[in-house]
Design a protein. Structure first.
Length: 118
């Protein structure tokens, strides 16, 4: 299953800009909460973790890195969890994929660390 993850910070904001490619995915999971909340503590993150643990999720796509989170440590921990489960995360705007042929992509790791700080 290919899932698109969208997040906005408030309930008043819309995810339309993040959904431009939603027809390419089997499902869209959306959160309306602060990026400071750890990924797996958000309702959408909890749902995604269940899909991973059930072996259903094959790829997670996110428009850009800051939609995954605002805290670099949480972003890195989230990516680490996905990598351990062999589920790649695709950052659409940056053109980065965390895993290539089941192995950690070192260029993506470097770029995510740099961009996560910014």
């Amino acid at each position: 299953m290919k899932v698109l993850y969208c997040r906005v910070s408030t309930i008043d904001q819309k995810t339309d800009r993040q959904r431009i490619t939603e027809t390419e995915f089997d499902s869209v999971i959306e959160d309306k909460c602060s990026g400071a909340i750890p990924f797996f503590e958000r309702p959408g993150g909890i749902e995604i973790k269940k899909l991973i643990d059930q072996g259903i999720l094959k790829t997670l796509s996110v428009l850009q890195i800051d939609r995954l989170g605002r805290d670099l440590r949480d972003i890195i921990n989230t990516i680490y969890y996905f990598n351990e489960k062999r589920v790649p995360i695709v950052f659409i705007s940056q053109g980065l994929t965390t895993l290539t042929n089941g192995k950690e992509n070192p260029i993506s790791k470097m770029m995510i660390s740099i961009l996560g700080v910014v």
